[in-house]
Ligand binder design. Structure first.
Ligand SMILES: O=P(O)(O)OC[C@H]1O[C@@H](O)[C@H](O)[C@@H](O)[C@@H]1O
Length: 250
């Protein structure tokens, strides 16, 4: 009924773009942040301004990664290296953490004024997972995971949360490394081979593959089904509810 292999006993859900429609909110905040920086840099160096591409740049270098990893990975793709700075850097600082904090100001303002929308098909699926008695954790790179889950009203459906703050406190490497998903399986007390990873990000499906999880479901929100498969998804759906009653053997 859930469209999952019979040996699966636990579900590890990414948050932004899988349960909530916040991947696009992150994307808008990143685009504004990087474009402001790149425009200023172009004016200072005399090089042409090449804007951040919310399609390819976001999906390749930023989506699914921890905040500072996203800054570093995107800037490296343009041959730019900024000083690391400190996690408490002010949003005006031209450092990796300063840029990340600038983006976070925009993200929080957008979430707090506009709220958080869920994907209705994901809520339907999550409720079916609860009814089937499977274990459930959210595994997100976002340090804002707690606030987004609360704003979306998803707390009662989830048992555990591994987010960007937990990762920092426990020294877990971000996606595409498998550490945070492995921590999610551990907190639920299941073997990775018994758990399924649900991910919309290329870095996220790669983390699911790298961790030896029992099944990796790619959720295609951006017309990148082939890339999700190439990065490690076993199956790709456009909505989690598509998995229900697929007639697949359980
Ligand atoms: O900046 P935050 O809220 O800690 O989020 C980190 C990352 O979290 C991921 O879930 C998003 O896909 C990324 O876009 C985002 O950069």
């Amino acid at each position: 009924m859930l469209g999952l292999p019979a040996h699966v006993t636990a579900c590890l859900f990414d948050l932004d773009g899988v349960l909530t429609q916040t991947a696009r909110v992150h994307n808008v905040a990143w685009t504004a942040t990087f474009d402001e920086y790149l425009r200023r840099r172009a004016a200072a160096t005399g090089e042409p301004f090449r804007p951040f591409d919310p399609g390819s740049d976001y999906h390749r270098y930023v989506d699914g990664r921890q905040r500072a990893d996203g800054v570093r990975t995107f800037l490296a793709s343009r041959g730019i290296v900024l000083p690391e700075g400190h996690p408490d850097d002010p949003p005006e600082a031209d450092t990796v953490h300063g840029l990340g904090n600038r983006k976070n100001v925009l993200l929080l303002s957008s979430i707090r004024s506009g709220g958080v929308d869920v994907y209705p098909g994901s809520v339907t699926y999550l409720k079916a997972v609860v009814a089937a008695g499977l274990r459930r954790a959210v595994v997100t790179a976002s340090a804002n995971g707690r606030e987004v889950i609360a704003a979306a009203g998803l707390e009662p459906l989830l048992e555990a949360r591994i987010d960007g703050l937990v990762a920092r406190a426990e020294g877990l490497r971000g996606k595409p490394e498998p550490d945070t998903f492995l921590a999610g399986a551990k907190v639920l007390g299941v073997d990775p081979a018994e758990a399924v990873v649900f991910e919309d990000a290329l870095a996220g499906v790669a983390a699911g593959r790298a961790g030896g999880f029992g099944y990796v479901v790619g959720v295609d929100r951006a017309g990148q089904a082939d890339e999700l498969l190439a990065h490690g998804a076993d199956i790709v759906v456009t909505d989690l509810a598509d998995l229900l009653d697929t007639g697949r053997p359980e």
